[in-house]
Design a protein around this ligand. Structure first.
Ligand SMILES: C[S@@+](CC[C@H](N)C(=O)[O-])C[C@H]1O[C@@H](n2cnc3c(N)ncnc32)[C@H](O)[C@@H]1O
Length: 264
């Protein structure tokens, strides 16, 4: 019963999404997803810091780096993902990569966004600033009019990073951040594509906010983790729904320069 509902609303499959998106984009004349929200692997210098952190806290390096993959050149997946997406495409990335994302498709690139970590991991080497924020490269399809649900609010979202153990993935994006982005950019019932699904937090946020979800992920263990999270939510949605309601009331959901607030 639970599995049936999972398949209907949110689905995640094991596949090489880059090959899949290239193939489908070359055959289709029109987009098949309303939006893309996805978290491709980060470049090697970012991953190196993650491995160093794992070693420092005494975990086996292999264990910590298990979810990392080398990022393919942006040209191999951004254009085909954009071609398959009717409205917004959001790609999480390190701040240094924001310009590179824009260069892949300047015509469709609209803005860069910022995910600010309310509890950032310290820079253990202490020889440079730690990384307290990540980027969001924001694109829009050329054939439909742009609109979003956050009025004049700014492009900054605050969220607390996930605990690696409970997230079941070393680089999961916070479910609250994903849900806030879904509410800002998408409408209920729309279909969201996530070609780098990891352990499925974008999909979990889709269940939370009433969007449909199609995720692809290379690693079979992550696919299993994502499905187990969806099933756990469907069996007992209360705790995550409560967290979402609290998040929306909290300071973390506020964006900078919220005009309604400053005028109040
Ligand atoms: C940064 S992680 C995504 C984490 C995810 N946002 C979450 O919350 O769990 C990137 C994921 O992309 C997957 N990946 C890398 N290349 C892929 C490909 N060609 N096709 C499908 N998945 C891929 C990796 O296995 C990894 O789990």
């Amino acid at each position: 019963m639970v599995q049936g509902r999972t398949v209907q609303r949110v689905a995640v499959h094991q596949a090489d999404s880059i090959a899949w998106a290239q193939d489908v984009a070359s055959k289709r004349g029109a987009p098949c997803f309303d939006h893309t929200i996805t978290d491709p692997p980060y470049p090697e210098h970012v991953q190196g810091e993650g491995r160093m952190f794992g070693a420092t806290v005494g975990r086996r390096v292999q264990e910590v780096s298990a979810g990392f993959a080398v990022r393919a050149p942006l040209e191999t997946f951004v254009p085909s993902v954009l071609a398959l997406t009717r409205r917004w495409s959001l790609f999480f990335c390190d701040l240094e990569s924001l310009g590179a994302f824009r260069e892949v498709s300047p015509a469709e690139h609209i803005r860069s966004g910022l995910y600010v970590k309310t509890r950032a991991q310290p820079q253990l080497t202490a020889d440079r600033p730690g990384s307290g924020a990540e980027g969001i490269a924001i694109f829009h399809g050329a054939t439909v009019r742009k609109r979003w649900n956050n009025g004049g609010k700014a492009n900054v979202w605050y969220a607390c990073p996930e605990n690696r153990k409970t997230a079941l993935h070393p680089t999961s994006k916070p479910v609250m951040l994903c849900a806030a982005l879904l509410e800002a950019f998408t409408d209920p019932e729309e279909l969201i594509f996530d070609p780098f699904a990891g352990a499925g937090n974008v999909g979990l946020a889709c269940l939370l906010t009433g969007r449909r979800y199609y995720g692809l992920e290379l690693n079979a263990e992550h696919v299993a983790s994502a499905r187990s999270k969806f099933d756990a939510f469907l069996a007992e949605p209360g705790p995550l729904l409560d967290k979402w309601e609290k998040y929306k009331l909290s300071r973390e959901d506020k964006t900078l320069y919220d005009r309604t607030e400053s005028e109040a």
